[in-house]
Design a protein around this ligand. Structure first.
Ligand code: GDP
Length: 291
């Protein structure tokens, strides 16, 4: 908890600071709501989501505005945050998102996360568009000591994913995590590519991919939300990995993402190293912001 609090320091200090004092033990009135509105908008909570929070607060009209706010925020962020426990074997996860958001790093962090749960992991380098992306994943594979299935640059990404899932099946590995391309400027091609990967892995393992996680960079704020909407049209996203929460004063974007996309946040990235990656816990997150 202390670590989470520290990594949300920027958001806490610049925006939520003073909010606890402002609201604690206070009754909700118009002036308070206006002050809160400004803070929430500044934290990138988004206009619509902010209005809904204010309405809920007004309706509750309790003696302690702080506790009510916490309750309302946790409510928005909750539902479906837990990653389904992998009972399928192999459990297949596709990771999608725009380049630079922290996708490849998150694939490795997710791999390490499953290894810590005692699972064996295979990574698939299905971003074949950039040689550097393939190399980067191979480097991570060495560091966390797991198999990386890769073809050469320009190869068919679906073929890489297909091989990875088949390899995992043959070697009885538990989890396959597929890194994918993120060049949004060729949207139509990317969509076809992602859908093909989706289709092909489903032919090897029933119901695969079991999760499609979209990586969003918290520092890009509302822009990240726009990207997310584009990806949501391309493939069926089952969860969000929200990265770089340590590097932004606008951690409120988490609320806008959940509210406006209707997709749960499943993991957060709070730094560059492997340990800086946590399953998302709405209660802890809200406590860390508002303490
Ligand atoms: P990709 O292009 O989306 O695959 O992005 P990368 O995985 O290469 O990451 C881009 C940069 O963001 C790298 O320098 C990462 O170390 C950094 N990064 C990834 N996740 C986080 C995070 O949670 N916090 C911080 N501070 N940096 C991150």
């Amino acid at each position: 908890f202390e670590k989470l609090k520290a990594s949300l320091e920027k958001t806490r200090k610049s925006i939520f600071e003073g909010l606890g004092k402002l609201l604690k033990g206070k009754k909700i009135d118009q002036e308070l709501l206006e002050q809160l509105e400004e803070k929430l908008i500044m934290a990138d909570v988004g206009y619509e989501t902010t209005q809904e929070i204010l309405q809920k607060l007004e309706k509750e009209n309790t003696e302690d505005a702080l506790e009510t706010l916490k309750k309302v925020l946790v409510e928005i962020l909750s539902n479906g945050n837990q990653l389904v426990v992998p009972n399928a074997k192999p459990f297949v996860i596709m990771v999608v998102g725009v380049n630079g958001t922290g996708k490849t790093t998150s694939v490795a962090k997710l791999g390490a996360y499953f290894q810590n749960l005692g699972k064996t992991v295979v990574l698939a380098a299905a971003d074949t568009f950039r040689a550097a992306a393939i190399e980067q994943l191979q480097e991570w594979g060495k560091r966390i000591n797991c198999t990386v299935i890769a073809h050469s640059e320009g190869a068919d990404p679906a073929a890489v994913a297909f091989d990875a899932v088949n390899h995992a099946k043959a070697k009885e590995k538990d989890v396959v995590i597929i890194d994918t391309a993120g060049r949004l400027h060729t949207k139509k091609n990317l969509m076809e590519e992602l859908r093909k990967i989706h289709r092909v892995v489903g032919k090897v393992v029933e119901n695969a991919p079991h999760e499609v996680l979209l990586v969003i960079d918290a520092t890009t704020g509302q822009n990240g939300l726009v990207q997310a909407k584009v990806f949501k049209e391309m493939v069926n996203i089952t969860g969000i990995i929200l990265t770089k929460l340590d590097g932004t004063a606008k951690g409120g974007i988490a609320l806008a993402i959940k509210k406006e996309l209707g997709v749960p946040i499943k993991f957060i990235g709070v730094g560059e190293s492997l340990e800086d990656f946590k399953p998302f816990d709405p209660t802890l997150f809200v406590e860390a912001l508002l303490e």
